[in-house]
Design a protein around this ligand. Structure first.
Ligand SMILES: Nc1nc2c(ncn2[C@@H]2O[C@H](COP(=O)(O)OP(=O)(O)OP(=O)(O)O)[C@@H](O)[C@H]2O)c(=O)[nH]1
Ligand SMILES: [Mg+2]
Length: 446
């Protein structure tokens, strides 16, 4: 029998109300002491005195009781909504502990929900992602995962593995009665499952983008118009712009959203070969920003012949994910034509059409140009990616066996392995240390 746990669910400190939660087998007995005035009825709000273990009133508040299994944790739970005073909250918690509850560990309520099958491990982890979300799109992505749709998808794939294994096992156990499964059909089915697993990975990459956003380093020679471009993308005069080369000395970061994805723009000091000491320190930071960014937005003055600095930067970023922008087209396009870089954008930061084209180019290089579907559940952690990878490896081994002309039933071991690997996503197969890792990052009281 599990222990009864209690915790403050709202942030510590003063507030309008505080919520204390209790979950476990002793909830009814504890409630009879703490809120004796209420004849506890599940899913009703009872207002009344809240007493300590000696029967003294601590506060007046609302008690909500939920009966197992119809509660968040799947156990009997009691939620006390009290006045948001740290003293009152501490007294209520103290009384609950005196009555036999113990303090909850971080995420223990959600962990119990998982243990009682209220949500799968993927959805449980999404609870923490939602609480930790720092952008609206990250919150929406976490909410999509909370819905549990991914577990259904993964379980459907697991069932397909099981079906093949059963077909093969029948033929192994009763070789005279059950015919060998049809090789071509098994092969076809494994191809289809492999494609579905790869799609899971791709969706997961997009989800990661949405959650984490991307960083774009705006780099180029001095005076090319990098800071002007930052301002144009932001729609405000954030960075100082001047006709003096070397205006920006330190990196400047600001965020915008494109297709709902957070894009961190880093304006940098103009990179050139001959610079004084102060400028060189700025250039050093530009180089670091460039190395750390996911996309290089290379800004060049397209109206003048290409300088050696411009050529050096083009050569250096040629293998990177980049967008090349020839600015100042209102003054001419000599440099732009000279460089003849396919996909490069020629225009002016003062032209709204150019800014639209640059946003579209960032979306194309960043996530293939198609707006990510924020409502779609997706793989959300390195642990889940690793599980799908392991399943794909086992699946590939099975396909190899078939391609080599081996008997069909030889794939059973690999398919069982793939089936087990996918169980790590939903939590059907989860070691204690994995669960510990998932729930450790939760708040206490969730
Ligand atoms: N004609 C024209 N001038 C531009 C354009 N974009 C920027 N400029 C001018 O170019 C000069 C340099 O612009 P900045 O945005 O400061 O250039 P930067 O690349 O940030 O320069 P550093 O910070 O010195 O590296 C300013 O005088 C801008 O007004 C453009 O599209 N057309
Ligand atoms: Mg600048």
């Amino acid at each position: 029998m599990s222990e009864t746990i209690a915790a403050l669910a709202t942030p510590p400190g003063r507030g309008a109300i505080a919520i204390v939660r209790v979950s476990g087998p002793d909830v009814r007995a504890i409630a009879a002491r703490v809120v004796p005035s209420a004849a506890l009825q599940p899913h009703y709000a009872h207002y009344g005195a809240i007493l300590d273990e000696r029967g003294e009133t601590i506060d007046r508040g609302v008690a909500l009781f939920a009966q197992a299994p119809h509660s968040y944790t799947g156990e009997d739970t009691l939620e006390l909504q009290i006045h948001g005073s740290p003293i009152v909250a501490r007294e209520v918690l103290r009384a609950l502990l005196a009555l036999g509850a113990r303090p909850a560990e971080p995420g223990e309520f959600t962990r119990r929900a998982f243990m009682h099958g209220k949500l799968d491990l993927h959805a449980a982890a999404a609870v923490a992602d939602l609480i930790d979300a720092e952008t609206r799109s990250a919150a929406r992505a976490a909410l999509a995962n909370l819905g549990g749709g991914l577990a259904n998808e993964v379980n459907a794939l697991r069932a397909r593995f099981t079906a093949i294994v059963e077909d093969c096992s029948g033929a192994i156990d009763f070789p005279d009665e059950v015919p060998d499964p049809d090789r071509a059909r098994v092969q076809h089915e494994l191809d289809a499952i492999g494609a579905a697993l790869q799609r899971l990975q791709r969706d997961g990459e997009v989800g990661r983008l949405v959650r984490e956003g991307i960083t774009v380093a705006i780099v180029g020679p001095p005076n090319a118009g990098k800071s002007s471009l930052l301002n144009a993308l932001l729609g405000e005069e954030r960075a100082i712009v001047s006709e003096i080369a070397g205006t920006t000395r330190d990196t400047i970061e600001e965020s915008i959203a494109i297709d709902g994805v957070g894009v961190r723009l880093v304006d940098t000091a103009g990179i050139r070969d001959h610079a004084d000491r102060l400028e060189a320190a700025g250039i050093e930071r530009s180089q670091r920003a460039l190395a750390a960014a996911r996309i290089a937005l290379v800004v060049l003055d397209g109206s003048a012949p290409l300088t050696s600095d411009a050529r050096a930067l083009l050569a250096r970023t040629s293998a990177d994910a980049r967008v090349v922008f020839f600015n100042k087209a209102d003054l001419g396009e000599i440099g732009a034509r000279e460089a003849a870089i396919p996909d490069a954008i020629s225009g002016s930061v003062y032209e709204p059409g150019t800014i639209r084209a640059l946003r579209a180019a960032l979306a194309r290089v960043g996530w293939g140009g198609e707006a990510p579907d924020l409502e779609r559940p997706h793989l959300a952690s390195a642990r889940e990616f690793a599980a799908v990878n392991a399943a794909l490896h086992a699946l590939e081994a099975a396909r190899e066996t078939l391609r080599a002309g081996e008997p069909v039933d030889l794939v059973v071991g690999d398919l069982q392995e793939a089936h087990a690997a996918l169980g790590h996503v939903t939590g059907d197969v989860a070691a204690e240390e994995v669960l510990g890792g998932v729930f450790r990052r939760f708040c206490i009281g969730k």
